[in-house]
Design a protein around this ligand. Sequence first.
Ligand code: GTP
Length: 597
Amino acid sequence: MRERIRNFCIIAHIDHGKSTLADRLLEFTGALSGREMRDQFLDQMDLERERGITIKLQPVRLRYVADDGQEYILNLIDTPGHVDFTYEVSRSLAACEGALLVVDASQGIEAQTLANVYLAMDQNLEIIGVINKIDLPSADPSRVAQEMEDVLGLDKEEVILISAKMGIGIKEVLEAVVNKIPVPSGEPEQPLRALIFDSYFDPYRGAISYLRVFEGTVKRGDRIRMMSTGKEFEVTEVGVFSPFMRPVEGLGPGEVGYLAAGIKNVRDTRVGDTITLAENPASEALPGYRQVKPVVFCGLYPVENSQFEHLRDALEKLRLNDASLHFEPETSEALGFGFRCGFLGLLHMDIVRERLEREYDLELIATAPSVVYQVHLTSGEVVGVENPAKWPNPQFIVKVQEPVVRAVIMMPDDYIGGVMELCQERRGLFKNMEYLSPHRVMLTYELPLAEIIYDFFDVLKSRTRGYASLDYEVIGYQDSDLVKLEILLNGEPVDALSVIVHREKAYMRARGLVERLRTIIPRQLYEVVIQAAIGSRVIARESIKPKRKDVLAKCYGGDVTRKKKLLEKQKEGKKKMKQIGRVEVPKDAFMSVLSVE
Ligand code: GTP
């Protein structure tokens, strides 16, 4: 049995065609009937479909009769392609023996291609090179194959050329999976060791773990033990994904499936944990994953203060399916009660915010994202500060350190100048430049994380007409001369608008900020003065002239319904504002403080 299992995943840079290939594999092996076949079955969440990105992993089991006449079970584990979700990629990789590496024939190797290959190599996976989109007129498969050989060390003769869209080369891919990916090892008689690579909460069955069995067997009715906590549960269901969840008797070595055990709390099914049996437990856990740490923080506040509890419920529900989401209550003088939330990156933050607004019908104010600063105090203490409003009094600060990333940027060589300039502007330190092929370059820079979390990627894309790709990882902390820039409205500091900036850039940022706020904050009944200050020193100032806005002015005559409509509309407009002291501030103002360009 085990000899005919293959566990693999597909890794690719965003848009190189991973989901399309997965669809084709499902279709080719008949895993979905015509009626069930939806486009891109694997990207399930609405938001994922809309944005065309994969976030959550979704395994699927395929049956394939190979050219040797044998039937194989191929477990395909999906991986996300975005830089924020590197951690999820490494999780899915650990459950596999091999990976299909998909590269777009018209683009070549991009930043996440390389990052994912490194992750796969770390896990000792067999890598099968696949060049996709050979149907495109701009496809240049031989150049891309050469790049794959030069940069990734794959044999260009063995790379498979396909068009996932047209269904060309799909069978070759399946044959390669069968013939090249190693048979999973492990014996059914050994003590159980199964790796949890994902989990989610189901209201009826409790926490469901996605798992990969390495040794032993797990069946319904077994008493299992979580090796990290020692907690025990009785298995109520085990099953496979074919492609929808289907219960089976048991799962043996090499198999991928799910398990339910009436577990009330998803945190008891920690991703990376090893499951064993209470009777005859394994002595050692499987190597897990590093704990994910959020790197980007922001405050989320309901526009209506009465929605605070609703927001708490919604965050708790989201966390059930997203263990990487962190939050804790915080209060802001300006915004009232809300939560400080931690995310893996900006995209993760955007997605969570959008889901809260959309699925839970909340209207939220998000404060500018921040990184975690290490602040060394005169008392000898070192505190992690992720909220500018909590910045210690400068009098007590000895030094400040900020997180630094190693960023890899790939692009056509015409754009080198522009990209280097951008990195310099963002306090980057040049590390390396390498040619991938005659006209494609890889630049390596060290950059403060704070400089890239907001709009770096957007600016990079616009300066390279969309041709650059970026990948980064946090590598440590560095000393930096940072100060807190405060914003005052009519003399009152607004905690939720303060930002931490580099001292040399403080003046420029202050100017940009007050100017932007002047355009964002609407005229009010009285003059509004906007100031930016470091400590008690005001370094920039703007003001907004008063104006009375009468929405009914244009409605002479007595059409009552029309008047009502206008008043309603005005009310709605108001809802999106936040009263700060006497000033009404639109909710978008709080995010805008970080845009630099
Ligand atoms: P993420 O889920 O964001 O990582 O993207 P992905 O890698 O799954 O890419 P996806 O399958 O969504 O494909 C991206 C785009 O490329 C879509 O518009 C596809 O229709 C298109 N595409 C995929 N395969 C092919 C192909 O073989 N030929 C052509 N011409 N287009 C393709």
